[in-house]
Ligand binder design. Sequence first.
Ligand code: NDP
Length: 329
Amino acid sequence: MGTFRAFVLRQTGGRFSAAFEDLPQDSLPPGDVLIRVTHSSLNYKDGLAVTGKPGVVRTFPMVPGIDLAGTVVESSSPAFTAGQSVVVTGCGTSETIWGGYAQMARMKAEHVVPLPEGLTMVRAMGVGTAGFTAMQSVMALEAHGLKPGGKPVVVTGAAGGVGSVAIAILAKLGYTVVASTGRAEEAGYLKSLGAAEIIGREVLSGPGKPLDPERWAGAVDSVGGDTLAGILRTLAIGSSVASCGLAGGPKLNTTVFPFILRGVNLLGIDSVRASNATRRAIWQRISADLPIDKLDSATHTAPLSRIQELGEQILAGKTRGRTVIDVNA
Ligand code: NDP
């Protein structure tokens, strides 16, 4: 029985610790699909987990890393065969299920999808949970009537992972995209992804009336807090915001006026509990509608050995786009 290298979070006597360990293969939790992991990614939740912040990890010891891509070593599920390339995105990984910051993983088949058409493992992790959630948000907006050709769609937390991928997808689909960012210096990057206009963070998060002029045909919001309140009071009649994150805070201080006078919709986005069929449908749309050149320009790769420093950076809002993690480096 071989060993594999893993980044392991432990809590002993109430004290959090994080370190690289060589674990025996039989220490992996039960599951249907044994995967040799090559890449993972860095999401906001990964930042919380690896730096010991509360709210993500529910059981210790934990191998964090909410995403992973790799090759099937063995499978007791007929859905997968040895040698197949597969992808897992947030499904309780890093919460109660061991994740991708390790050279090996064992997963339930319901959480695994085949490597999507047209993507490499690196690109699939360039998408990762953040990009998956961006597409899930766009699909929710479409299901509630969003169509190209009207007012602009605003994307908040624009230079982050969810934001960058959402801009690239929406621009490819023909929407006029307005990017809301706290980093004016990223304007060139955001325009290169397809944003038509850049607005400062404070435009949406500042004070306003219960209803302000209708500005948006839709919104993808990974920031929450006052930013989400600002979106709600400026959404056009009958339009929707996909609320998928809380990088700016979890509290929502708003009024009911946008709902009862403009019929706007507040759509909750939860990527973790998506069924296997939903996961496959979302990845299919990613293969079709996320331009690879834009994904590549929003992605860089970093070694797992730097994960704690990278975790601090994403929590500080200093990471641009998506970070792929090479688990063997
Ligand atoms: P990133 O850190 O990559 O992006 C977040 C962006 O939000 C930052 O780049 C920054 O963009 C902006 N931001 C950061 N801090 C603040 C602040 N204090 N006030 C306002 N804006 C801020 O994270 P991800 O894209 O990976 O995740 C974004 C959010 O989405 C997180 O809250 C995450 O937990 C959530 N999420 C939810 C999922 C779900 O299933 N619902 C799945 C995946 C993520 P800029 O500099 O451009 O302003």
